[in-house]
Design a protein around this ligand. Sequence first.
Ligand code: URA
Length: 435
Amino acid sequence: MRMYDIIMKKRNGGELSREEIKFFVEGYTGGEIPDYQASALMMAIYFQKMTEAETHALTMAMAHSGDMLDLSGICGVKVDKHSTGGVGDKTSLALTPMVAACGISVAKMSGRGLGHTGGTIDKLESFAGFSTAISTERFIDNVNRIGIAIMGQTADLAPADKKLYALRDVTATVDNLSLIASSIMSKKLAAGADAIVLDVKTGSGAFMKREEDALALAKEMVAIGRAAGKNTIAVISDMDQPLGRAVGNALEVREAIDELNGAGPEDFHRLCLTLGSQMLIAGGRAQDEAQAKAMLEGAISDGSALRKFAEFVEAQGGDSEAVYDPERLPKASIIRAVPSPRDGYVQRIACDEVGICSLILGGGRETKESELDLSVGLVLEKKVGDPVRAGEPLACLYANDENKCRTAYERFLGAYVIGDERPDRTGHRIIKGII
Ligand code: URA
């Protein structure tokens, strides 16, 4: 078999066989197939798409590119959660300790930032010393001991996704249904949890801009999970504007801590309750949503979710003091308000553009080698539907570099549409459906 022939077959719209897909995944993981051929195949898949059979074969080949974790030594149902990627989507940071505080074991494999979206691993690294590059033994031990562990893809676990994820991030090949489904589900299957809750985003800040595409992605991932014997549930949620107010790694960690202190923004809180309920029901801890939501609210109000977060940060080598004193998190030196150019109402926000502003400030990667600045990003003062007067701040930018701050400032202004009419907020349901 030759990689050249596989690229050409897909470029011409052909259907790849299971053997061809396995040849590519094994060859790329092993380093025999170079980045430039893998990039060409990703772009061919982006344009020609994959059939369900190809997507399934790609997922299984990626899941088996390293070890498949066996979590049977951990008592009870192990639950994993994954988002398809959004702007300001810090849900995993608050949700996992909330759920763990309610007695569910969370064994989760996460990713770094991708395209204009942030990643859980980058955000967690805002805690000095924190590491997701932990051994399988420590991962299992942490879940057993404190009920929560998060790791990144390693040379042993889903290594094909680790390489392809980093490549897609910088080659404009992220937003393809089959590539997203295989990337997420390969990690979820390799990490060995019994139940998987998927948060499938839709809207201008999501990879799936249209609701029908998000639905198709959700259905495909649920089918892959269930075929592998996992209890898999998908929630389709809104990403037509950033979730909460903070966008950027350490800024989002602060907002997640606010949520655990009972002071999170309303949309973020509602999403945590919905996803958390599905996790508690899947894990057999709650009978229905009402009971699950009461348990999650209880874990916030009695402080157990916040304490669980600190325990988790500590167990993975991070500065857990920062959970109680967020001033210890990285801080930017420049804070610049972006004033509204006119009176009116915020009618729309180009959410992906807001994510790109954070990337420009240094919060995301331009190339595979880019070093992140965890302190930068932005905090929105106005969201869709809010009235605003000329000169009032729409947001504050957090930066460490004047030039980057200027570029992000101009781009941010272009992301807001302000008009005379109050927009119809019915188009901003947080939860669009559960599968
Ligand atoms: N999250 C992932 O893990 N992979 C994708 O491709 C998109 C979001």
